[in-house]
Ligand binder design. Structure first.
Ligand SMILES: Nc1ncnc2c1ncn2[C@@H]1O[C@H](COP(=O)(O)OP(=O)(O)OP(=O)(O)O)[C@@H](O)[C@H]1O
Length: 165
């Protein structure tokens, strides 16, 4: 049977990994995050609450392992004070558009109207993560989710979202 790659089709209908971090969960921001992605027209194809192991958090952020904040970042993600809400969203250009919905890494640089621009102040508590490239999305989706946890399903109203599909 045909199986899509984890992140879908590059430049077409893609999938991205979005994670509400423990501060976002603790502050009750999940509903608004889901609302923003749904209202844009994106489709939720996987979601779970998870306290990541240290190994998972370190693998997720392995590109940052030499940075001075790495240890604190891993402790923040794994503390268990609240779970990470891990999600996979699907749709055209969702990787790049997801980053636009989220806003700049430093919330003080993030535009009002973006998630970080509206809800946070500190780079060390910036409430949400989104894959930054097709390669990162592939890696992150397969790191956080098993294949059977990600669903292929179609919006009944897709023709009202896309004119060129
Ligand atoms: N100077 C810093 N101090 C503390 N934490 C930081 C700092 N810079 C980055 N971080 C943390 O590391 C995460 C990853 O940093 P990165 O530069 O990859 O930004 P990003 O891609 O916007 O964030 P994310 O990968 O979480 O979506 C940031 O989201 C933030 O939680």
């Amino acid at each position: 049977m045909f199986r899509r790659a984890a992140a879908g089709v590059r430049g077409g209908v893609e999938r991205t990994f979005i994670a509400l971090k423990p501060d976002g969960t603790q502050r009750g921001l999940l509903g608004d995050v889901i609302k923003r992605f749904e209202q844009k027209g994106y489709k939720l194809v996987a979601i779970k609450a998870i306290v990541p192991s240290r190994a998972l958090a370190e693998k997720h952020y392995e590109d940052l392992k030499t940075r001075p904040f790495f240890k604190g970042l891993v402790s923040y993600m794994t503390s268990g004070a609240a779970p990470v809400i891990a999600m996979v969203w699907e749709g055209k250009d969702v990787i790049r558009q997801g980053r636009r919905l989220i806003g700049a890494t430093n919330p003080l640089e993030a535009q009002p109207g973006t998630i970080r621009g509206d809800y946070c102040i500190s780079v060390g508590r910036n409430i949400i993560h989104g894959s930054d490239s097709f390669e990162s999305a592939e890696k992150e989706i397969s790191l956080w989710f098993g294949k059977s946890e990600v669903y292929d399903w179609q919006y009944g109203n897709a023709e009202w979202l896309y004119a060129d599909n």
